[in-house]
Design a protein around this ligand. Structure first.
Ligand code: NAD
Ligand code: DAU
Length: 351
């Protein structure tokens, strides 16, 4: 069986749901259920003997040790994190706690457990750390995309905490021999994404007739990857990745934020036209920029394609169409995550 941390979040829950489409190997999902964790997403797995849930903070070393002793996993896939850049600017403490201290606690617990394994199982064990392209910092328009040799230059409290965790993971391999794998992925989008992030926020605001707030001049560039493609890449790295290696994962799809939002508006105009006949693009508002806003991210995903045979299956058009349709089809899930503390975040951040 395997452990997944942060499996109640956006990417982790997609990973678990996809996994059981063609695997019977069990998963125990270790999640603290912060504001970003939603047990409802995994409700279809209730009663499934392949799925277990541990309501545990990854910083709680004793609880993690007990889970290792009880379940004896062959791998740990580490998704759990504080993941929203804007929140890291308002309150960086939680990011250092979960992303740095939490990863440290997991590495310590995993290493202690791994040392008790018989030789064959010790060689086969994997600690797969899910990280981000933001650790590489910001590119100018003419710069080559990030590859696995690009130096780290994180610029936000979020990316600095993720970079710190990547360094710990690297050191636990180099010093103790723990068989680690690290992935650095670009911006994901798709079903079950918490609507504080750009794409779901724009879909929901668009449908509600609210402003579509774009930071600065809207020309910041991100590389966008459909979440199902990210999950497939992680499965490839888990099964075929070389311990100690890092793998960049991306969609070969750089876009400005304005172009992303325009594409969403075009789809909303088609599926849910406004009563007044105007385009949803009329709701776009350029607002005050994010402090320290990285200008451009771009990923060179050649290594994972060449060495592990992974390439994204979705284009931005097909992935976005699935995503918009999912948000249109799932008002109950949206209502569940947009009450209370979510409304408070939106009101205070965009005030
Ligand atoms: P998310 O914010 O949607 O989910 C995070 C999950 O971690 C939640 O279920 C939350 O409850 C859980 N969690 C938080 N703190 C915890 C703790 N102390 N103990 C246990 N569980 C805790 O995040 P996401 O977007 O699904 O991202 C998952 C991972 O992928 C993160 O490590 C992130 O850095 C990385 N990543 C995300 C993207 C993206 O575009 N979303 C891109 C590249 C990499
Ligand atoms: O690059 C990978 C990273 O992508 C992940 O590591 C992070 O966990 C994930 O949150 C994401 O970070 P970003 O900061 O790029 O994502 P976000 O959706 O917050 O913003 C995407 C772009 O859109 C960014 O340039 C900021 C801009 N933006 C965002 C919001 C929420 C706006 O213009 N307006 C907004 O309201």
């Amino acid at each position: 069986m395997i452990f997944v941390t942060g499996g109640a979040g956006f990417i982790g829950s997609n990973f678990i749901l996809d996994w059981f489409c063609d695997h019977d190997e069990a998963i125990v999902n270790i999640d603290k259920l912060t504001y970003a964790g939603n047990a409802e997403t995994l409700a279809p797995l209730a009663g499934d003997p392949r799925y277990g849930f541990a309501h545990v903070d990854i910083c709680d070393r004793d609880a993690i040790d007990a889970l290792f002793a009880q379940h004896r996993p062959r791998a740990l896939l580490h998704f759990a994190a504080e993941s929203h850049v804007d929140r890291s600017i308002h309150g960086p403490g939680a990011f250092v706690q979960t992303n740095v201290i939490g990863t440290f606690a997991l590495l310590e617990a995993a290493t202690a457990y791994w040392r008790t394994l018989p030789a064959g199982e010790r060689d086969a064990f994997r600690f797969l750390h899910v990280s981000t392209d933001e650790v590489f910092g910001s590119l100018a328009a003419e710069d080559a995309p990030f590859n696995e040799r690009t130096p780290y230059a994180p610029n936000s409290p979020y990316s600095a905490s993720k970079a710190a965790s990547d360094h710990l993971v690297r050191a636990w391999h180099h010093t103790y021999g723990l068989p680690v794998l690290t992935t650095n992925c670009s911006n994901n989008y798709g079903p079950y994404q918490f609507p504080e992030k750009l794409i779901p926020l724009m879909i929901l605001n668009g449908l509600a007739g609210k402003p579509l707030p774009i930071y600065g001049d809207g020309k910041n560039v991100r590389d966008w990857l459909y979440v199902g493609d990210h999950c497939a890449a992680i499965r490839a790295v888990l099964e075929r990745g070389v311990p100690g290696q890092t793998y960049n994962i991306g969609g070969w799809n750089e876009m400005t934020n304005l172009d992303v939002v325009q594409a969403i508006c075009n789809m909303l105009d088609e599926h849910e036209p406004r009563a007044d006949g105007a385009s949803h693009a009329s709701q776009i508002e350029l607002i005050k920029d994010r402090p320290g806003h990285d200008r451009r991210y771009a990923i060179d995903a050649t290594r994972i394609e060449r060495e592990l045979g992974w390439r994204p299956a979705q284009t931005f058009e097909t992935g976005l169409a699935k995503t918009v349709q999912w948000y249109l089809d799932n008002p109950a899930w949206i209502a569940g995550v947009t009450s209370g503390s979510y409304r408070h975040w939106i009101d205070s951040h965009y005030a």
